[in-house]
Design a protein around this ligand. Structure first.
Ligand code: ADP
Ligand code: ZN
Length: 193
């Protein structure tokens, strides 16, 4: 599909719950672009510091160098004219201007690949990801494995009682659950926190 795109930019969204393999898939696409000798830049929000600072990093420790930015505008100031592929990790954590930033980059002829959660711990859509899914040419929705029953999982279960929408971390704080085992209010289990 993507091979048919010529003389234009576009947006690819890689989405799903936590542990579904979004970062792995993002790293795979970016590595292949690097192998093809394209000019690649990868950005991640300053908020997410899991495993390492200036890298994007999957749960199985696959890594790629990244530029850490505070605001979506900082992406525009660091992208150069000859950059061809722009990767953006954890897109749900950026301010809402990220949508215009992605549009602008795609309109300028760049391939923009974003990875991000589609739902928060209550199962509500993350606005950035939702809007970018509408805007994108290509959307890949990945599934994890439910840690309770082994079915395919599309929900991110928070295992501690915290009401903030964003609580950064993964091991011990979140797990992948299917629709049946998802328990956002932690009704069926003892909270660990
Ligand atoms: P995401 O970016 O979507 O959170 P990652 O790409 O960082 O996901 O990690 C995916 C990897 O996490 C898998 O390849 C697997 O090794 C590991 N993993 C751990 N728990 C699960 C689970 N419940 N379901 C699927 N993969 C899991
Ligand atoms: Zn389940």
């Amino acid at each position: 599909m993507i091979r048919q795109m010529k003389d234009t930019g576009w947006i690819e969204v890689i989405t799903g719950c936590m542990y579904s393999g979004k970062t792995e898939e993002l790293i795979k696409r970016l590595r292949r672009a690097i192998i093809a000798k394209q000019k690649v830049k990868v950005f991640k929000p300053a908020l997410d510091d899991r495993y390492s600072e200036k890298k994007i990093s999957s749960h199985n420790k696959n890594m790629l160098d990244a530029i850490v930015v505070m605001h979506s505008d900082d992406i525009l100031s660091q992208v150069e004219e000859n950059d061809e592929v722009i990767g953006i990790e954890e897109v749900q954590f950026f301010d809402e201007k990220i949508i215009d930033v992605c549009k602008y980059l795609a309109d300028s002829g760049k391939r923009v690949i974003v990875a991000g959660l589609d739902q928060d711990y209550l199962g509500q859509p993350f606005e950035n990801t939702m809007r970018l899914m509408a805007e994108a040419e290509f959307v890949t929705k990945l599934l994890a494995i439910c840690v309770k029953c082994g079915n395919l999982a599309n929900r991110t279960q928070r295992t501690v009682k915290k009401k903030d929408r964003i609580v950064v971390g993964s091991v011990g704080l979140y797990e992948a659950r299917c629709r049946k085992c998802f328990d956002p209010e932690l009704k069926n289990e003892e909270s660990k926190g």
